[in-house]
Structures are given as C-alpha cells and as structure tokens.
Design a protein around this ligand. Sequence first.
Ligand code: PRX
Length: 637
Amino acid sequence: MPEAVAFQGVTDHSGLHEFSVRETDTFWGTLAHQRLSWISPFNTVQNCDFSQGKIKWFESGKLNVSVNCLDRHVHTYPERVALIWERDEPGTEVKVTYRELLELTCRLGNLLKRQGVGKGDCVTLYLPPCPLAVASMLACARIGAAHNVVFAGFSAGALADRVRDTQSSTVITVNQGVRGGKVIDLKKTVDQAVQNCPSVRQVLVAMRTENTVVMTDRDVPLEEEMMKENVVCDPVAMDSEDVLFLLYTSGSTGKPKGLVHTQAGYLLYASITHRSVFSYQDGDVFGCMADIGWITGHSYSVYGPLCNGGTTVLFESTPVYPDPGRYWETVERLGISHFYGAPTAIRLLLKYGDEWVQKYDRSSLKTLGSVGEPINTEAWDWYHQVVGDGRCPVIDTWWQTETGGICIAPRPSDPDSEIVPGMAMRPFYGIKPTLLDAKGESLPGCESTGALCISLAWPGMARTIHNDHQRFIETYFQPYPGYFFTGDGAHRTKEGYYQIVGRLDDVINVSGHRLGTAELEDVVSLCPAVAESAVIGYSHDIKGEGVGVFVVLKRGVQIDQDVLAQQLREMVSRNIAKYASPDFIQVVRRLPKTRSGKIMRRILRKVVEQKDDLGDLSTLDDSEVVYEVIRGHQKLR
Ligand code: PRX
C-alpha cells in the first residue's frame, strides 16, 4: 500500500477506487497537495468538458516540474543515484546522482536560454536513452520550453515532419548512437531532416562516440558549450496547464498526431501510478526497458521515478546484445528490483531457452511489468515462472500515449490481490472504464465486450492534439458522446476484470509500437509503380502484429516482385522507420472492396492468418477477388 493513498480510513482497493471516482476532486486535490511541490497553490481541481475536449486540472496553480523531479530530492539526499545509464557495452554503466543530474539540467537550461530558447518554445530531441537526454527534457521543463522527443529510430522524413509541426527552433542530438554493437549516424539524419525545416536555428550536438562529425554554422558542440554555463538555473514558475511536452503517435488517418501533455496533472499521474501500480519503494531500482522516444520512457523511465526520488535505468542496448542473456545479466549487475518490458521481447527471448535466464542471479527482482500490447499466455507464464522464478508478480499494464500513465493494471493498490494471467484487470484510481456497444449504449454488468471508453477525466490525460484541437475532439470524444474513446476493444469478465481485446480502428501494433495503416499506405502510394494499396496488421508470433502490404500495379507496369518489395521496404524505412518495414508484399490484380468502394482490410487479414471463416462477404462488390488473393498468397508462402 503506497503511503499516500488512504482516504477517510479507507485503504482497500475497491473502497479506495470507489471513493476516487465518487469524490474525484477530493481525491486528486488531496494527492496533488501531498505529492507535488507548488510555487503557488491551485484554486480548482478540475475544469473538464468532454464535449469540447476541454481538460484542465489544478488551474491557477504554479510549479516547476524539474524542481519536483530534482531540487526537492537534492535537498534531502543529494548523493542518491537518480539514473543508471546502462550503455550498449555490458559492464560500462554510468551512475548519475540527483545532485549531478540537477547540475547537468541547470547547465543545459542556461545553454538553451543563451541560445534564445524560452517559455513557449519547443525543443526537439533526437537522442537515444542517456543522461543528457533526461537532462535535456528536464532543462526544457526548467526554463518553460516544451520538449518533443522523437524516437531516434525514426527516419529523417519522419523527424522533419515532427520538427515542422512543432516549429522547433532547436534540435538536440548526438554525433552517433550505439545500439546492439552498431554505430548509427544520428547527426547525419538530423542534417538531412533540418534541411527542410526553416524554423530550426540551431542543432546542439553531444558526443556519444569519439568519431568526429562535420559541424556547420548551425551546430553547437553541446558538452563544450554546456561546461561554460553556471550550475544554477532559476526554475520558471509554470501554470499547471502550460505545455510540458508533445509526443507524436499514429492514428487511423495518415498524419501522426502530436499529443500534448501539460505540467501538474501529467506529473502527478505518472508519479502516483509509478508508486502504486508497481509498489515501488525507496531504494528500489526501476528498470524500464522502453526507449525515451515513447510514452513509456517518458512516464516510467523519467517523470514517474524521478518525481518519486527513485533510481531509474536508461537502457541503451537491445535484449539480444551481446547475447539473449542481456536483460538478466543487467538485472544481476545493477540489482534491478522492477523490470518493465514489452511482450515482444519476452516472446523473442523465450525462444532462446531458459538457460539464458537461469545463468544469472535474479534475486533482486520483486515485480515484473508488461506494456504495449497483449501478453499471450505462453509469454506470461514464462515471464512469471522462469524470469520471476514463480515468485514475482507479473503486472500487465494497459494505457496509451493519450492517457499519460497506466489506467488498468492488476494491483493498483493492494500488493496481495489476485492476478489473472494475461489480463490488465483493475482500473486505477479515478479511472472509470465503460464498455459501449455499436449503438453507443453502455453495456451494464459483467461478461460483456465492447468499445473501451473512460467516463471520467483524470489528471494524466492528453489535453489536445498540437495544432488540431478539432481532430482531438473528433477522435476521442465524438465517437461516444460523453466518453473518452480509447480506440481499443475490451472484455469485462464476470469478476469485473478488464481484458484488452485489441484496436478497433486502423491502427496496428508492431512490437508494441503503433502504426497507422493509412500512414503506411501513404508511403506505399509514393512508389511510381503502385496504383493502389492496402496495408494490414496480422498476428505475428514475435512482433505481435506483422505488416502486410497488398498492391495493385499501375496499368502496363512490369516489375519483378522482389525488386518491388525491396523498393517498398526502403521507402517505408526512409519515410517512417525500420520497424515499420513490411513483412510481406503481395501484388494483386484487384483489392476486395465493398459496393461503395471501401477496401475490406479485415478480409485480407483473415486471408493472411489462414482463417477458415472469412466472415461476412455479402457486402463485397465481387467475392471472386478474395479467392484470387488467397491463391496469390499461397504462392507467396
Ligand atoms: O492497443 C493498446 C496497446 O497499445 C496502444 C497504445 O499504444 P501507445 O500509445 O504507443 O502506448 C504504448 C505504451 C503505453 C493501446 O491503445 N496496449 C498498450 N498496453 C497494452 C495494450 N494492449 C493490450 N495490453 C496492454 N497491456
């Protein structure tokens, strides 16, 4: 039981949960007072109206997120380790104390100010997980700028899109990244990207390797200039609802959306979920394996643990470098108590066998977490029995970039409550899930399946889509008026536990990363040989979902299938990222369509998954098309 969460003598989960959704303002208002340090207090707890997409928490309050994550801990335990940077090469980890991280953050904050960055600006970070990345995020927070972290596996084109959409004046990167023993030229990618980004005035370049890079007038050597700066940087008093960061994620239409998270509500939600969901205690070492380019890295490598004064691991490598024992060797060497990873990595590792796990001492482990996609029973059992020796609970956490933090998890409060394998189970405090049917009617009682919506606002939820509030309203609040629509389907069991069924929209989940089919189709259609395309996700035993591409060629075009496949893979890697690269490409004469001309992707998915029952084909314009596709797919295999 986390010490802060007990109200009016209520301490059990169902009692607390009931209280949190009934007395929402008392609940969140009390926690915000208790857990955050304010420069000036807030007047209202919440001011939300789903019909307008208006979400505001703790208005008129002022605070600084970096002070909450650093200064207040430096006062009490300056030498406590804040970050353990687990570098690519095993055994070369670097530890950074709270005092050191504050100094780094202040120097960077001062450098950014010297470069003309201030309140209201946006800084794009194109960095692998490292202390400088965390310090850059916190430096932005300190001086009132918003950050926009772009996963350093994204292509120059995807980076440029995000820089342009945010109108960033500044990009922070490293000369090269190092991952899985490979060196990646990140600065080169930034050079290419910023060519088409007139807003960018400067690129701050840190040195991750010793290899020099060409520096232009726009480039600033980060370490050199940072060392000229003072280690004190006054924190700016920020309104609760000022922007803390933007983070892009895929939706069901083409363009990724820049979700906006603000200061107080996000920080409170990230920290309270980190403390409660994982039963995190002082002295524990929290090992979240996600890259800081994703929301998981933001909330559970950076903001949650640091706000709680914890010790957090920044993992630079891969689960299989230098061998499939990497995670567990790291657990032993760093004494990780909480391991938070993705099902795709677990599925990959279990194929290598138990000996890679058993070689290492995992007695420091207390809790195992899972995030990003459903965890199948085989992976859950292996994680629990082999990795956790049957003694560590597996905590399957459901949430999204939009939710800011975990919304459904097995043990939001009581460390002894029952866990059902493969299920996220219980809503967190203040979260009121509702399942709705196709007509928008709320499904009462248990044993029901429907669209997963949330009927009350919570402090961690995204506030808008950058530059497109209308899209925010249309995507999340219009499908089911009065509710926040998650895009996922869920089942409620007879015990009242939630199990996530999967996306209901055209978003696919590849190795825990979201991709829009429309986003991929936009890239495929850039190929001169392609007249039309349909992208689908289909079940894949390691990645969760694989990417399948069906293309119709333009009239008269003759092209070798392998050549076309190579071209399309390159285009996707260049325009989006390598992880989005298609698993197969099938040329078809026609695509299955409804009479009104809509492509029936669900049928294509069933063909690929070799389902006997293809579902209702009656709305198809011409069902013969499906059999053509099946025959073609058999040849492809
Ligand atoms: O479909 C759900 C799936 O991942 C989506 C959110 O993706 P993203 O915003 O990239 O955030 C991922 C990390 C929080 C959800 O809409 N998802 C996430 N966690 C789970 C999950 N599906 C099943 N079980 C989960 N635990």
